[in-house]
Write a protein that binds this ligand. Structure first.
Ligand SMILES: NS(=O)(=O)c1c(F)cccc1F
Ligand SMILES: [Zn+2]
Length: 260
């Protein structure tokens, strides 16, 4: 049983690729040690402008569920913060655990949250598409928001209600008129550091912007995430849980904070 577990675990989709890419010096996720972060007074406030009509569909891609946006124009964008260009929203998705003790990708002072939201944006000023931007050091900007167990989140509920329709891998459902800024805490405080995608191809192209304040969701909403499947319809069911990458070494990086 033990070896089959190890084999199964080793073949788990998230770990097919090496845990860290050879020569990787800026891999994600990392532990954010609050006392080691450095306040940077030159960091600007992050300006978030999303147009809910750019929301297209929800898709179970076998790693997570993605809510994808029309990124053919500058209609849902972020600018400011640590960024030198305007970045377009491409998709958002989550990472979560089988139980509430873990699930986030980043940790704060080694504390895991039960889940973490990632809003993925690409540098549309310097690159023609997301696919090109993914290969460049300043190509992507991902806003990370921690989810903690607490009150029911009404904005998230519209998303949760649609999840049964994307239970299996490679299912998609139309999803429109959703403004993801309802999932971002109003508190402006964030940490930022240079990192990577946390799923293959793990490219070192992400400016991470991790919000200090979590949002609250309730147990039923977290349980709804755990009813999704890694597997396609007709395959032996494997629950979509623990879809987070292990922590990566900080190496020669400093995490900056926008707050004292
Ligand atoms: N987890 S993550 O935010 O790094 C991420 C991306 F940025 C882009 C694509 C997939 C993905 F998972
Ligand atoms: Zn992610």
């Amino acid at each position: 049983a033990c070896c089959s577990y190890r084999l199964r675990d080793a073949l788990h989709p998230l770990w097919q690729s090496p845990l860290t890419i050879p020569g990787g010096t800026r891999q994600s996720p990392i532990n954010i040690q609050w006392r080691d972060s450095v306040y940077d007074p030159f960091l600007k406030p992050l300006k978030i402008s999303y147009d809910p009509t750019t929301c297209l569909h929800i898709w179970n891609n076998g790693y997570s569920f993605l809510v994808e946006f029309d990124d053919s124009a500058d209609r849902s964008t972020i600018v400011g913060g640590p960024l030198e260009n305007k970045y377009r929203l491409k998709q958002f998705h989550f990472h979560w655990g089988a139980i509430n003790d873990w699930g986030s990708e980043h940790t704060v002072d080694s504390k895991f949250y039960p889940a973490e939201l990632h809003l993925v944006h690409w540098n549309a000023v310097e690159y023609p598409s997301f696919e090109e931007a993914v290969m460049e050091g300043n190509g992507l900007a991902v806003i990370g928001v921690f989810l903690k167990l607490g009150a029911r989140h009404e904005g998230l509920q519209t998303l949760v209600d649609a999840l049964p329709a994307v239970r299996h891998k490679d299912t998609v459902i139309e999803f429109d008129d959703f403004d993801p800024s309802c999932l971002i805490p109003s508190c402006p405080d964030y940490w930022t550091y240079a990192g990577s995608l946390t799923t293959p191809p793990l490219t070192e192209s992400v400016t991470w912007i991790i919000k200090k304040k979590p949002i609250e969701v309730d147990e039923d909403q977290l349980e709804a995430f755990r009813t999704l499947l890694f597997t396609s319809d007709g395959e032996e069911e494997r629950r979509m849980v623990d879809n987070f990458r292990p922590l990566q070494p900080l190496m020669n990086r400093t995490v900056r904070s926008s707050f004292r």
